[in-house]
Design a protein around this ligand. Structure first.
Ligand code: 5GP
Length: 113
């Protein structure tokens, strides 16, 4: 499978990069749903949450570490933020490349659709 995130990671298409290291890339969502809307993407390809192997679960804690660092850097650790991971059609996943949404910068609607 070749998704838009493959192309972003490979720099075949441009993106607004907030953070990058050898294992992760964090980009600004092209269609932000909040003043800050980031996508945290592990570079090693995993299709959905369902496909995270037992030997890959450490990726989730690594994502949470990045969240903590970003929250301080963007000065939203105290005001707050929301993390979302969509899985498969009913969960609203549109890009089949594991990612976490990081939303902040305003008080978000408490209701989920
Ligand atoms: P999902 O619906 O799969 O959980 O989230 C995919 C997200 O990727 C959406 O919020 C969508 O706006 C974002 N997105 C789609 N195409 C692009 C793109 O080309 N660049 C960036 N930066 N974000 C994208």
């Amino acid at each position: 499978m070749n998704t838009i995130f493959h192309k972003i990671i490979n720099k075949e298409i441009p993106s607004n990069i907030e953070y990058e290291d050898d294992k992760f890339i964090v980009i600004h969502d092209i269609c932000p749903q909040a003043p800050i809307h980031l996508l945290i993407i592990p570079k090693s390809y995993i299709k959905t949450i369902n496909d995270i192997g037992n030997n890959q679960l450490h990726i989730m804690s690594e994502i949470l570490k990045i969240v903590q660092v970003l929250a301080v850097r963007l000065q939203v650790d105290q005001t707050g933020y929301r993390l979302i991971m969509n899985c498969n059609p009913d969960g609203g996943q549109t890009i089949y490349y594991l990612h976490m949404h990081f939303l902040a910068g305003k008080q978000l609607n408490p209701h989920f659709g």
